[in-house]
Design a protein around this ligand. Structure first.
Ligand SMILES: *[C@@H]1O[C@H](CO)[C@@H](O)[C@H](O)[C@H]1NC(C)=O
Ligand SMILES: *[C@@H]1O[C@H](CO)[C@@H](O)[C@H](O)[C@H]1NC(C)=O
Ligand SMILES: *[C@@H]1O[C@H](CO)[C@@H](O)[C@H](O)[C@H]1NC(C)=O
Length: 981
């Protein structure tokens, strides 16, 4: 059966004058239809000829001819019909419609189309036909990942590996080359869009930032495209955070235009861009390009391609005998000849090398030949099944086309069986096993990485050296590190592996877009149940609702939570749920509004997944560890009072937080400031009484001092002695607890890799070490860190860390006991757990832990749920020339106060406070007119407390001042200091 020759059919779109849309390249009893672009699309019409496309057509024709000459297919010839789409999906749809219309009369199978978007359209149309008329279709260049969907593309198969493999290989390459910052330039078609979207997703998971995406309209002319790319390159490479690394993901036209754009702008660019190009770049002709100059050091990925020598010879001979092809059945060939003549200094008998500089042998030739072999073999076997020994076999022409699809789905073609013309395809077998994609072959390379090097074989044509192979089954890229070369610009001095240029944020610049892309407010440690923890990782920013710099000690607290959860297994007296407990650690930025918003988001939406969706999580939360400063604890408590969740603070000393009417589910390990004030007042009385013995023991410069500070534990033993002068004589109190040695080791062993689970680790380390890691997006500090650099041995662990650990232990223990009681198990949260939140509070209060490292477990909360820590009193002294905190002694006062408050449940904090001393009140509370009272001790205490409350809500560094001591006519001021929380 044959079909009528359809030349210049009704296909639409700007027809190139005198060139048909469809041709019969060779006649046969049955036909293979091939759909190709043939011409570039320029502004919606057919533009200049696409030699790569024509080469593919010739490859199919050549392969068919050879198969038929060498195989035993009696009495049946396979013809070839070609359709051109000028790279338009509309044209492709029309071709499919035409083919579908002819189906009742013709036997054809589809090869192609060449571009994924078109393949999708064609397969959607033809795949929807009734089975009897459904034509099989094989792609050899269409690699878009979504074409793998068998439900959508029911007649489609392909021999080229799908793009997700290329994308994975590309991502592995970036990781190996330490890329972290790049831009992507890509075609505005299914191939480009899908490829870059999945590259973005994959690279994000590795902490690689795709900072800019440049979409290129495939309908622009070459000239327009080059102009646009030149502008883009100049602006991106010349901004304050310049981009060096580019991924170019598109067809040959895009790759070629990109290289031309670099070539043309070379004098305006601060550097030569470092490129990773998708497979099509292998097919770029090199004419008029100073090839290695623009590509040297760059990478191109490619599916494994073996050059088919015999076809290469055939292709060259076409050019050598151009005149014999004037009447060729492939009329588009003539346009390629014309292109070749117009661009080569020598025509007619150009050398192979010159030919290749117009058109390198297309990657897809190899796959087009594979597809042809597979289709021909399918036809042969179906005919064999149908006809047995009947050579004439008219029934073959009436079989359901679905037979071909069924056969194709299960056929196993060993390409080594066709050695006569494809020696190079040996050991490749194609087997679809029902799916769209041919199965990967065990151990075989799925993708290849080439590196463009100078003078590789002395020819201008070829700069590509194979330097790596990617294996899809193991997701491993084997790179031959020492074969990789890069070059310094200008001058092109060779750089070795370690010195290769990297797609990274440039030294001295801040790549803000990547930092904003990763806001990192939350660190999630996965588990079955969760603790929500609020940590001051950053300080408050200078503009409204903004986070500022990383806070000293914040990351210590983050790590302490993680550490305590893991350590809880080994901690005496600690009980744990039987399932794993994770944490949701939220950065408060020490901003009450910011933390409220983040916690409300957590309640309303849950936690954010990588894909931007949210997962509800609150039903798995056993309680909150929050927070360090009082104002943040108060903000959190306001929400949790409403939502009835328990909250344990590890800092937060404001007396108001003792108010259980307001905050019924709040507990804290820190003491209320009331205890501290009492102690500080006692110290003051001491100083007043023994002032003279203090003086001789201190430096004589003391005489010049106007202030002696008595500092609260916010100051404690913080390492600020070097930074602030004249502190000698200062007395500080602190609830310093011993830091667990294991935790210290944990901190010293911390290393950042750029892919840390703890999202704040890198910034913290960079701040501590005063340098930047190579993958950083903030390289303002121009010193680079050693890859494996950790904290210094004298790193001072934040003094709140022991309280954080104990807060975690207390919550785990209390929660486990309550789960057991209320839910009958400790593996999940039941409604009763939430309903009996007061019981949980009571359980937590009962927890006893060895906080002071004495080996004895003691109460850690008083009856009201406040802390009962012992204070240690320090004085700043100069010893052996060094200014230090010297331990004076430990306060036992807390026993007294503990007893005092233990049963006074009606103490409500703030509202009970009265201003006692007039002078004091006039300083601190000018608006507040209180009754002057006798200057009783308690009145004095209360007024001082009021001041401390004032201090503790303020955020600024130092609020000081107050009590005047008159002595010998001179004024000495003993100040209270609150170092702002
Ligand atoms: C690149 O930027 C620098 C200033 O940062 C400017 O002097 C130079 O002219 C710019 N080059 C181009 C090509 O825009
Ligand atoms: C083309 O030219 C080559 C020599 O360059 C010759 O060997 C070959 O037979 C010619 N082919 C045709 C089809 O004329
Ligand atoms: C990438 O960084 C690693 C250390 O993280 C280093 O061992 C490797 O050599 C670097 N690769 C290149 C190409 O510089």
């Amino acid at each position: 059966m044959s079909i009528s020759l359809v030349l210049g059919t009704l296909l639409l779109a700007g027809t190139v004058i005198g060139v048909p849309d469809c041709v019969i390249v060779s006649h046969g009893d049955v036909y293979i239809d091939i759909i190709l672009s043939v011409y570039h699309n320029e502004n919606g019409s057919c533009g200049t000829v696409d030699p790569e496309s024509v080469q593919q057509l010739e490859a199919v024709r050549w392969a068919l001819q050879n198969i038929q000459e060498t195989s035993d297919m009696p009495d049946i010839t396979i013809g070839l019909r070609a359709h051109r789409t000028c790279r338009s999906t509309e044209n492709a749809a029309m071709v499919a419609a035409t083919i579908a219309y002819e189906l009742t009369t013709n036997n054809s199978r589809i090869l192609g189309p060449e571009f994924s978007s078109e393949a999708m359209v064609v397969s959607s149309l033809l795949g929807a036909l009734p089975e009897k008329h459904r034509l099989p279709q094989i792609g050899y260049s269409t690699s878009v990942a979504s074409l793998s969907d068998r439900n959508l593309y029911r007649n489609f198969f392909r021999v080229i590996p799908p793009d997700n493999i290329q994308i994975s290989a590309m991502e592995r390459l970036m990781v190996a080359m330490n890329w972290t910052y790049f831009a992507a330039v890509y075609d505005d078609d299914a191939y480009g869009r899908e490829g870059v979207a999945s590259l973005e997703k994959l690279s994000k998971m590795e902490g690689i930032c795709l900072t800019k995406k440049i979409l290129i309209d495939t309908r622009l002319s070459n000239q327009e495209t080059i102009l646009k790319l030149q502008e883009t390159l100049i602006s991106l490479m010349n901004k304050t955070s310049p981009i060096l690394g580019f991924v170019v993901f598109g067809g040959t036209k895009l790759a070629s235009n990109f290289l031309h754009a670099v070539n043309k702008s070379i004098n305006d660019l601060p550097a030569i861009p470092l490129l990773i190009l998708s497979e099509a770049a292998m097919n770029v002709g090199t004419f008029s390009l100073d090839w290695p100059t623009v590509l040297a050091g760059s990478f191109v990925l490619s599916p494994p391609v073996r050059k088919i020598e015999k076809f290469a010879t055939y292709w060259t001979s076409l050019f050598h005998n151009q005149t014999t092809h004037i009447q060729d059945s492939n009329p588009w060939l003539l346009d390629v000849f014309k292109l070749w003549s117009s661009q080569s200094s020598r025509h007619e008998n150009g050398t192979t090398e010159e030919l290749n500089s117009v058109l390198a042998s297309s990657t897809f030739v190899h796959y087009a030949v594979q597809a042809t072999v597979v289709l021909a073999e399918t036809i042969k076997r179906v005919r064999g099944d149908t006809c047995k020994n009947d050579d004439k076999c008219p029934s073959f022409f009436n079989i359901s086309r679905f037979q071909l699809i069924k056969k194709l789905a299960n056929i196993k073609v060993d390409l080594a069986e066709f050695p006569i013309f494809i020696k190079s395809l040996e050991s490749i077998s194609v087997f679809f096993n029902g799916s769209v994609d041919a199965l990967p072959q065990q151990g075989s390379t799925s993708y290849v990485v080439f590196n463009c090097q100078k003078n590789i074989d002395g020819t201008r044509e070829n700069c590509f050296k194979e330097v790596g192979s990617y294996h899809r089954l193991s997701n491993k890229l084997n790179l031959l590190n020492h074969d990789i070369k890069d070059y310094e610009y200008p001058g092109y001095a060779e750089l070795s592996w370690n010195e290769t240029r990297k797609g990274q944020c440039k030294n001295g610049s801040v790549c803000t877009s990547c930092i904003i892309d990763n806001p990192n407010h939350v660190y999630i440690i996965p588990g079955e149940l969760y603790i929500v923890a609020v940590v001051p990782v950053h300080v408050r920013g200078s503009s409204p609702m903004q986070c500022g710099d990383v806070k000293i000690g914040g990351v210590d607290i983050v790590e302490a939570i993680d550490f305590a959860i893991r350590q809880s297994k080994f901690q005496p007296g600690v009980e744990r749920p039987i399932v794993s407990v994770g944490a949701i650690i939220i950065d408060s930025c020490i901003h009450p509004m910011i933390i409220k918003e983040r916690i409300l988001t957590l309640y309303r939406y849950g936690i954010r997944n990588d894909d931007g969706s949210y997962s509800q999580i609150m039903m798995r939360v056993i309680g909150f560890i929050a927070a360090w400063s009082s104002d943040i604890s108060i903000s959190v408590a306001e929400i949790l009072t409403e939502t009835r969740h328990v909250q344990i603070a590890y800092g937060s000393t404001a007396p108001i937080l003792s108010n259980r009417t307001k905050y019924p589910y709040f507990l804290r390990l820190a003491n209320s400031d009331i205890l501290q004030i009492k102690l500080m007042l006692d110290i003051m009385k001491d100083i007043g009484a023994n002032y003279e013995w203090l003086v001789p023991s201190l430096d004589k410069h003391l005489e010049t001092y106007e202030f002696i500070f008595i500092a609260s534990e916010e100051w404690g033993t913080r390492p600020i002695l070097k930074d602030v002068k004249n502190l000698i004589g200062t007395i500080t109190v602190s609830t310093d607890l011993p830091v667990n040695q294991k935790f210290r080791e944990h901190m010293l062993n911390l290393r950042t890799t750029g892919e840390d689970a703890n999202p704040w680790l890198q910034t913290f380390m960079e701040k501590e070490l005063k340098c930047h890691f190579q993958w950083s997006f903030n390289k303002i500090s121009s010193k680079s860190c050693r890859i494996d650099e950790g904290l210094k041995n004298d790193y001072k662990i934040d003094s709140w860390v022991p309280l954080v650990e104990n807060a975690v232990y207390a919550l785990l223990t209390g929660a486990s006991r309550t789960l057991k009681k209320q839910c009958g198990q400790t593996s999940s949260i039941c409604d009763n757990y939430r309903a009996h939140v007061m019981e949980l509070v009571e359980e937590i209060k009962q927890v006893q832990l060895d906080m002071h490292g004495t080996g004895n477990r003691e109460d850690i909360f008083d009856q009201n749920g406040d802390g009962i820590l012992a204070y240690i009193i320090y004085m700043v002294q100069k010893q052996a020339g060094e200014v230090k905190y010297r331990r004076l002694g430990q306060s036992l006062l807390f026993y007294f106060v503990k007893n005092l408050w233990k049963n006074s449940t009606n103490f409500t904090g703030e509202s009970d406070l009265k201003c006692g001393q007039k002078t004091l009140c006039s300083v601190c509370f000018q608006e507040q007119s209180s009754e002057p009272q006798t200057s009783s001790y308690i009145g004095f205490l209360y007024s001082t407390i009021a001041l401390i409350i004032l201090c503790s809500v303020s955020v600024v560094a130092v609020v000081f001042l107050i009590i005047q001591h008159r002595r010998k006519g001179r004024t000495k001021i003993v100040g209270f200091v609150c170092v702002g929380e």
